[in-house]
Design a protein around this ligand. Structure first.
Ligand code: ADP
Ligand code: ZN
Length: 205
């Protein structure tokens, strides 16, 4: 795993794990946190409030059920407030939901000698860049882009398919749906469908 090639002690850096839902980002974040703990590093884990997957907001959970404890946050300022002076590794899950100021915070943490691990979905349901992810990818030293499996055709999946009532969500549906009855599937580019308003009326030939 490329994410295991670290620059060395007392040097800060930024790692980003990105990819679609179900691609294994939380699994990978948990794996890196566990290994840092085995190395006796002092670790703090944060996660956006907006994701309440399975075991509740105080854990990072992967779809296969593995968990580590996490502090729920909404803003970079909350991370800065919770941060302990002696923390060496800062891991943040669901980074796509955070304001773009997370880029400056991650940079400041890395400059202060900390290892910063961010996991997030790099594209929204439309297949377009999501929140602060493009900037985070640009400033990171180490980037891993993971893929899921397309549930339609079995090829590598690089898109989040949003379904509302079992049908593909339209392009003008909101980027973040809170408490909605939408669901998501991992799909490849050619199986991904985001109808525009006019395409709803006129079927494509
Ligand atoms: P992410 O954080 O990227 O959403 P997770 O780490 O939570 O991903 O979950 C990854 C796990 O999800 C995989 O190891 C696998 O067990 C499961 N999974 C369910 N659906 C799929 C899929 N379509 N493609 C790949 N893995 C899937
Ligand atoms: Zn496909």
């Amino acid at each position: 795993m490329i994410g295991d090639l670290y620059p060395g002690d007392n040097r800060g850096w930024i790692e980003v794990v990105c990819g679609v839902m179900f691609s294994g980002k939380s699994e990978e974040l948990i794996r890196r946190v566990r290994r840092a703990l085995i190395a006796r590093k002092r670790v703090q884990v944060f996660k956006s409030h907006l994701d309440e997957r399975y075991s509740g907001i105080y854990h990072v959970s992967s779809h296969d059920g593995r968990t580590v404890e996490a502090v729920p946050i909404d803003t970079p300022e909350q991370i800065a407030r919770e941060l302990r002076d002696d923390t060496q590794v800062v891991a943040i899950d669901e980074a796509q939901f955070l304001p773009v100021a997370i880029v400056d915070l991650a940079t400041a943490l890395a400059s202060s000698g900390r290892r910063v691990i961010l996991a997030g979905t790099d594209t929204d349901f439309r297949g377009e860049p999501f929140g602060p992810m493009p900037q985070l990818l640009a400033v990171a030293e180490i980037v891993d882009k993971l893929h899921a499996i397309c549930v339609v055709c079995g090829n590598p999946a690089s898109r989040n398919q949003r379904l509302i009532g079992g049908r593909p969500a339209r392009y003008d549906s909101p980027t973040i749906m809170v408490g909605g009855d939408e669901s998501y599937e991992a799909r490849c580019r050619s199986c991904h469908s985001v109808p525009r308003r006019d395409e709803d009326q006129v079927p494509l030939l």
